[in-house]
Design a binder for this molecule. Structure first.
Ligand SMILES: Cc1ncc(C[n+]2csc(CCOP(=O)(O)OP(=O)(O)O)c2C)c(N)n1
Length: 630
């Protein structure tokens, strides 16, 4: 095996081109077999094998800095930079991260996870290098999907006119998670045919020149206007017009060609864009045929590609199903996605109502801006965005939606701990930042039925609303369908000793804790479903907890400014003297691992919550007894 001989880029540099081709196959096999067990971003990694080999063959990493956009395509890079023997631990607790991490390797120059950041970061590093009079290369590797993001376009705009030495490698597979969309994608698809155009042009010239009398004239005319035609047919001019030297397109699976073009880029000065054409899922039939399904793959059979485990309906699926139902009776409902049609459950909506569906590319800011324009003009936009990606659009939520109090329904998918994708993908901040925005209503359902109710409520209330729900399935159907009233909580279980106020999926955790308290100590605890983080009806909450001295909050978010803090503020404002324990995640970035491992690590599991409540109750009882006994 060639792979056995390769641990670091210097080993790669000793290989012949033939050996590198064999290595590419071995890397693919290893990734296919490993990701079958760990799950992960299979298709993007299979598509970038040769390009990664070429990058590490030509550039002098880690002196030269490579910034991987999104960072989901770095499994090959990790294998070639000293981590191939740890690949089995990918995305697992204490294992290799699924994204670049500076704390994991000196070959990871920058942490990524969200899309479209690489060119900005690379330009920053290049400018710092120039100021410090250093002499290394900075390379941004960005996909055509990520290039649709506003931040990437802002960076191209800045970099192009900067004159700074910077190499942008565009890994163009014509796919975002699903098929790429938008004008940039159209421009790239014209560029992809560039070689074909030149070839067919030559062929055409030969044929036309053979036509008697008019033939030569036509050829002369074509030659005279060639520049204009070139502008028309070959829009490489886009990159050149904004200040980049454009190299390509090059076959992204031909290591020899790639090395040739990267060598040229390495010797040029100023900003350079290398355009590589790749195939997502390359070398694994199932992934080539369904690259979207293997973008972020669950476990699968490495021989057949059959996905293992039957996929039950999850929150995103339920959201999509309900939206289709609502849209049937309300033709003002529109849906917007930022390149996540499938992930957010909008596939069916897109099929049923193509005129009311908008995929805007990886453009969360624009998605919210677009929604506000639609809302101002009488539409009812539903915009499902993953919690961590919604962070991008904080200002649009404030400036475009909330200040005018427009009826935009932001559906915050993957809220809370998401698990294996780690820090960049955990959805822990949305309740906290959502609550800071005046006019926004922030709510979370405990199960699917309540999600349906909240969507109806949001559609009717005509105000800015966020509804947050977690990754995965409901844990329990609580079978309550009490009407939603603004700010009002819902009593799920009655009790006396302790009141547990929980929100979203943590209502189930509260339910488990109640069961355990009952089993362990024979205590009946009160369980209150908060439903709202904001507004929280003070009178309603105080009334529900008035008979319990101990109040516990449980939420799947940061402890800063979440449900617990809202409850504490209400107690403080109303001078209510109660003991409050807040269960939430600390003010930290939380690494990758399974959801249950993370919950345990941060004391958010049923056993820990119950133990703490029990110890407080016991301590209080003892102190009471001590008090009685003097
Ligand atoms: C801000 C943000 N929004 C959405 C995503 C989810 N996401 C991860 S990869 C991806 C598609 C990236 O496409 P591309 O850059 O072409 O890379 P490819 O996987 O095709 O190689 C998307 C939408 C993200 N990571 N960041």
């Amino acid at each position: 095996m060639i792979l056995n001989k390769v641990n670091y880029p210097e080993d790669l540099k000793k290989l012949s081109l033939d050996e590198k081709d064999i290595l590419a196959k071995e890397i693919r096999d290893k990734i296919i077999n490993t990701v079958a067990n760990t799950g992960g971003h299979l298709a993007s990694n299979l598509g970038i094998v040769e390009l990664t080999i070429a990058i590490h063959s030509i550039f002098n990493t880690p002196m030269d800095k490579v910034i991987w956009d999104v960072g989901h395509q770095t499994y090959v890079h990790k294998m070639l930079t000293g981590r191939k023997n740890k690949l089995d631990s990918l995305r697992k607790y204490n294992g290799l991260a699924g994204f670049p991490k500076v704390e994991e390797s000196i070959y990871d120059s920058f942490n990524t996870g969200h899309s479209s950041t690489s060119i900005s970061v690379a330009l920053g590093m290049a400018r710092a290098r120039d100021i410090k009079k250093e002499n290394h290369k900075v390379i941004a590797v960005i996909g055509d999907g990520a290039l649709t993001g506003g931040m990437a376009l802002e960076a191209l705009n800045d970099a192009g006119s900067s004159g700074t030495n910077l190499i942008v490698i565009l890994n163009d597979n014509a796919m975002s998670i699903s098929k790429n969309v938008g004008g940039i994608s159209l421009m790239l698809s014209k560029l992809r045919t560039r070689n074909l155009y030149i070839k067919s042009n030559m062929k055409g010239k030969k044929i036309v020149s053979k036509i008697p009398l008019i033939g030569p004239k036509v050829v002369r005319f074509v030659q005279k206007t060639k520049l204009g035609i070139k502008h028309f047919f070959i829009p490489k001019m886009y990159f050149e017009d904004i200040g980049f030297r454009y190299l390509g397109p090059v076959d992204g699976h031909n290591i020899q060609e790639l090395e040739k073009v990267l060598r040229i880029s390495n010797n040029l000065t100023g900003p350079v864009l290398v355009h590589a054409l790749t195939k997502k899922g390359k070398g694994f039939k199932a992934a080539e045929e369904n690259p979207d399904q293997f973008h972020s793959a669950p476990k699968y059979d490495p021989k057949t590609g059959e996905r293992l485990g039957v996929k039950k309906q999850d929150y995103s699926g339920r959201f999509g199903e309900k939206l289709v139902k609502l849209a049937k009776d309300n033709n003002r409902i529109v849906a917007i996605t930022a390149a996540m049609t499938d992930g957010t459950g909008l596939k069916e909506f897109a099929k049923k109502y193509p005129d009311r569906f908008f995929d805007v590319g990886i453009a969360e800011q624009h998605a919210i801006g677009l929604a506000s324009g639609l809302a101002k003009s009488g539409m009812v936009p539903f915009v499902p965005i993953y919690s961590s990606f919604l962070q991008r659009a904080y200002d649009q939520l404030i400036h475009d939606v909330a200040i005018t109090s427009l009826p935009v329904v932001v559906c915050v998918d993957r809220a809370g701990i998401v698990g294996n994708d780690g820090e960049t993908h955990q959805g822990l901040l949305d309740m906290s930042f959502g609550s800071t925005i005046p006019n926004f209503i922030v709510m979370a359902p405990k199960d699917y039925r309540e999600l349906d109710k909240m969507m109806e409520f949001a559609m009717d209330i005509k105000k800015p609303v966020m509804i947050r729900y977690p990754r995965g399935c409901e844990e329990k159907d609580f079978r309550t369908a009490a009407k939603i009233a603004l700010g009002k909580t819902e009593l799920i279980r009655d009790g006396s000793e302790v009141a547990i106020v929980a929100i979203g999926k943590m209502v189930y955790r509260g339910d488990e804790v109640c069961n355990k308290l009952s089993e362990d100590l024979g205590i009946e605890a009160k369980l209150i479903n908060a439903r709202f983080v904001k507004p929280l009806d003070e009178f309603d909450l105080l009334e529900k907890v008035k008979n319990t001295k101990l109040v516990v909050t449980i939420e799947d978010g940061t402890v800063i400014n979440g449900l617990g803090d809202q409850v504490e503020r209400i107690f403080f404002k109303n001078k209510v003297d109660k003991e409050l324990i807040k269960f939430a995640y600390p003010d930290k970035f939380i690494k990758h691992g399974s959801v249950s491992e993370i919950e345990k690590r941060y004391g958010m599991d049923t056993d820990n919550i119950t133990n703490i409540i029990e110890s407080v109750i016991e301590a209080n009882n003892n102190s009471k007894i001590r008090g009685i006994n003097g």
